[in-house]
Design a protein around this ligand. Structure first.
Ligand code: ACM
Ligand code: ZN
Length: 495
């Protein structure tokens, strides 16, 4: 009989009482609305708070709001997924009080490099919800494929959603896009699970799929291809062409019609400036704006995109390059490309949210400047495309050292170097699965679990309650839950 509930992420408090609850079937739960005041949660997070009370003869769920009740039911679902032995659900009597540390507990899926099915995405959302993840960042465009229809720009999907396979040239181009109905289906499915879906369109770099569809948006005019290779490409949207903003306008309108979220992610990462340097249109744009370096054009573009979204009552999120102030980037294994940032002159509008991916520095800088920050450092266990062990037998990328479960567990959205005042700007963090090296949903699951379980705990559980040894023990039971859900999980060393 199990004496411990082994919940992941670890709740704020679990008090065990005498005795056990037993049932041969899924029990009814008594559900009650309760007052917010009894939780010590911050006001902006108390709507996610809940209490789960397991007594010998009954189970009671209490929450001040729907979101909390949902989390309560997900915690209970964990217990049912691991608690049946010989047909009897046996749970130790306990009182769980719980609420999150951060409001943004995210997961990003790259659906450009690999085109995941709606079925896969929905199943994944279901498992993420089990861990109280509440943001799904849907990476919908990149060099290797554009994944949703824009009525005014039909070639984005007719051409931009398909790519050739150069290794097997006889195969027809592959890829695809999500229909409006499919997108609404995903958004609704997520919403029922209190997960908000945030679409990303990566602008103005990672734009090969756009350029292959509409070569006039590039500096050279092409021809371009939907990229089959992976990396950082020189061809980006031409900063001297006003029509790129018409494109952005239509894209944002399309997204606004499909995604109720107040956020839209505009990418902004890894923009190379070689083409802008050489392009007469970009050079005259620079002159016209009184700017000096082509790099400054990125800040100008970002500024306009943030404003456009603001007019549509949406808040822009971007990768940390949108800060436009630093000029170094670590080498992520894509060769010797460096990604100098945009201008200092054009400040990023305050409302833009910065997603810190190259390390902690972007987030630290952004918070100091008063931007909300989401931490997702590739150096800090948040990149789920990295190998989990330094081994030839492990799938994934090995840019530096392997990114272990321990590394994901050690991730703290508030970096050690950040002061208390700036820490208030950190709204949370997320795990990202880039899919260059992922050729199937089952491989994706292997990369995601159990590292995402560890990240969920880093985002939900109070810092002083975290303990890796304790997590490792709970994970033994938690793995049974993932197994029962049919999830393919990595089972090697955790550290
Ligand atoms: C990124 O990993 N290029 C955001
Ligand atoms: Zn140009």
């Amino acid at each position: 009989m199990r004496e411990q509930l082994s919940i992941i992420p670890k709740p704020v408090s679990v008090k065990y009482n005498e005795g056990f609850f037993k049932s041969e079937s899924l029990p009814d739960i008594i559900k009650k609305e309760c007052a917010q005041e009894q939780f010590g949660a911050d006001t902006d997070k108390v709507f996610e708070a809940y209490r789960l009370i397991i007594e010998k003869d009954r189970i009671t769920a209490e929450a001040p709001a729907d979101a909390g009740m949902h989390h309560c039911m997900e915690t209970f679902r964990q217990l049912t997924l691991s608690g049946f032995k010989d047909g009897v659900l046996t749970l130790p009597c306990a009182e769980i009080t719980d609420y999150p540390r951060f409001s943004w507990r995210g997961f990003m899926l790259d659906c450009s490099r690999y085109f995941y099915s709606v079925l896969f995405i929905k199943n994944l959302l279901d498992v993420l919800s089990l861990h109280h993840i509440n943001r799904f960042h849907w990476h919908l465009t990149d060099d290797q494929g554009w994944r949703f229809k824009v009525a005014e720009y039909p070639l984005l999907t007719e051409i931009g959603s398909l790519r050739k396979n150069y290794r097997i040239p006889d195969l027809p181009p592959s890829g695809g896009f999500y229909t409006e109905d499919e997108i609404r289906d995903v958004v609704n499915y997520a919403s029922v699970r209190h997960i908000e879906v945030i679409p990303e369109v990566d602008l103005p770099g990672h734009a090969s799929a756009i350029l292959a569809s509409y070569p006039e948006f590039g500096c050279t005019g092409g021809p371009y291809e939907v990229e089959e290779r992976f990396g950082i490409f020189e061809d980006v949207l031409c900063a001297g062409n006003d029509r790129i903003f018409d494109l952005a306008e239509k894209v944002f309108d399309t997204l606004a019609g499909l995604f109720p979220s107040k956020w839209v992610h505009i990418g902004g990462d890894e923009v190379l400036y070689n083409r802008w340097e050489a392009c007469p249109k970009c050079r005259s744009r620079l002159k016209e704006l009184g700017l000096k370096r082509p790099a400054e054009l990125q800040s100008w573009i970002t500024f306009k995109l943030v404003q456009m979204l603001s007019e549509k009552h949406k808040t822009a999120i971007g990768w940390d390059e949108i800060l436009g102030t630093s000029n170094e980037t670590p080498n992520h294994g894509f060769g010797d490309d460096s990604c100098p940032d945009g201008a200092r002159q054009l400040k990023l509008p305050k409302e833009a949210v910065v997603m810190s991916w190259r390390g902690d520095e972007g987030g630290i800088k952004a918070a100091r400047l008063g931007h909300e920050v989401i931490m997702s450092p590739c150096t800090g266990g948040c990149y789920l495309d990295y190998k989990q062990q330094d081994s030839r037998e492990e799938p994934g990328a090995l840019y530096a050292k392997a990114s272990t479960v321990l590394k994901s567990y050690s991730m703290d959205p508030v970096p050690a170097l950040m002061n208390e005042k700036d820490a208030k700007y950190v709204i949370g963090g997320q795990g990202n699965l880039w899919s260059e090296l992922i050729y199937a949903g089952k491989i994706a699951e292997y990369m995601i679990f159990p590292r995402m379980c560890a990240i969920a705990e880093s985002l939900w559980t109070p810092k002083d309650k975290k303990d890796f040894d304790d997590f490792s023990k709970r994970l033994i039971i938690h793995r049974e839950r993932l197994d029962n859900l049919g999830i393919n999980q990595y089972r090697g060393s955790l550290c």
